[in-house]
Design a binder for this molecule. Structure first.
Ligand SMILES: *Cc1c(COP(=O)(O)O)cnc(C)c1O
Length: 339
């Protein structure tokens, strides 16, 4: 199968497995796992931030960050299609007792104007706005990237109003590789950043949460309370460390492959349009929305897996387990397909 459903389907390479197998370990709840410590230090340094925390998933890093930033009864401003709201099982309400102000915005991104409009005044009637959360790249926006100037404007507003700013950077490295923006620019503009190691970077498990020493100290406590303290976690952290050291630059290959898919898809008579590709996610909107599942079924018969992504929409995600030969084969399948 040629699996474009998600960049989470990657399997650790032989080299990564060996690195994991040989990783020195210790009890991470005592902060004595040398590999976890090395990963946390490496991730913090990569972004020029003080500290980092290795967690089991991106949902966990996001939920921990939200819990550190907000009090029960507070409110989080985020996009209506953001992962923290849409795909984390209602965690903002359940874990942190906070409400959400859901905003619209082009391809999963917020603007300063909409945020400023919906920040609540200090009035007993309203929930207290306590956090702004952005997603970069934006999954539901088809891997769309924020203009870094917009991030800076939002940061300026957040600082003026004493609001922390969180970044769900599950695919932040895709944005960094695509734009060439210095990772430290993100670090200076956000109070906390969550980065997934288990997507395009190819590690089997884990995410890192990045912030100040003080923030990470609080986050470590929340992780424990959420049941996420791990012991000889270096076994899995090693995969993440290997990924950060070896698999970042090659994300450009995934972006090239996504562009090739876009170029092919826009020419097909059953495709209405394709979200302009910016990173590794390709979203095709079908002319006949009712044929979505038929299309996915026909592709599967030809050993190409794609994912339903809403009414009449299909998502393809490129990643490091897609070979050149598989790309060629996929383009042939797409060109020959009729629905
Ligand atoms: C995948 C993803 C996450 C985290 O997902 P986990 O499966 O919990 O690791 C968070 N935000 C976005 C935008 C994602 O795509």
């Amino acid at each position: 199968m040629i699996d474009f459903r998600s960049d989470t389907v990657t399997k650790p390479s032989q080299e990564m497995r060996e690195f994991m197998f040989n990783a020195p370990v210790g009890d991470d709840v005592f902060q004595e796992d040398p590999t976890v410590n090395e990963l946390e230090e490496f991730a913090a340094n990569y972004f020029g931030k003080e500290a980092a925390l290795f967690c089991s998933s991106g949902t966990q890093t996001n939920q921990i960050a939200i819990n550190v930033h907000v009090q029960p009864g507070g409110e989080v401003i985020c996009h209506e299609e953001s992962h923290i709201y849409k795909y984390e099982g209602g965690g903002i309400a359940k874990n942190s007792g906070a409400s959400v102000r859901l905003l619209q915005g082009d391809r999963g991104r917020l603007t300063l104007e909409s945020i400023a409009q919906w920040m609540n005044p200090d009035d007993v009637h309203y929930p207290k706005t306590q956090l702004i959360s952005l997603e970069d790249t934006a999954n539901r926006g088809g891997g769309a990237i924020y203009d870094v100037e917009e991030i800076k404007r939002i940061r300026h507003f957040a600082l003026e109003n004493g609001l922390p700013l969180h970044l769900d950077g599950a695919r932040l490295l895709n944005a960094i590789v695509a734009t060439g923006v210095n990772p430290a620019t993100y670090a200076t503009n956000f109070d906390s950043i969550s980065v997934c190691l288990s997507k395009g970077l190819g590690a089997p498990v884990g995410s890192v949460l990045i912030g100040t020493k003080d923030f990470i100290k609080k986050a470590r406590r929340v992780r424990k309370v959420f049941g996420g303290g791990m012991r000889q976690a270096g076994m899995i952290a090693a995969g993440g460390l290997f990924a950060l050291k070896n698999n970042v630059e090659r994300l450009k290959i995934d972006h090239q492959n996504a562009l090739e898919l876009e170029r092919c898809l826009v020419q097909l008579n059953w495709v209405e349009r394709v979200y302009p590709v910016q990173t590794n996610i390709v979203v095709a909107v079908l002319k006949d929305a009712s044929k979505r599942d038929l299309l996915i079924g026909k592709l599967k018969e030809q050993k190409v897996l794609a994912m339903a992504f809403g009414p009449g929409m299909v998502r393809f995600v490129t990643h490091l387990d897609i070979s050149n030969a598989q790309m060629d084969q996929t383009l042939e399948v797409l060109k020959a397909l009729t629905i």
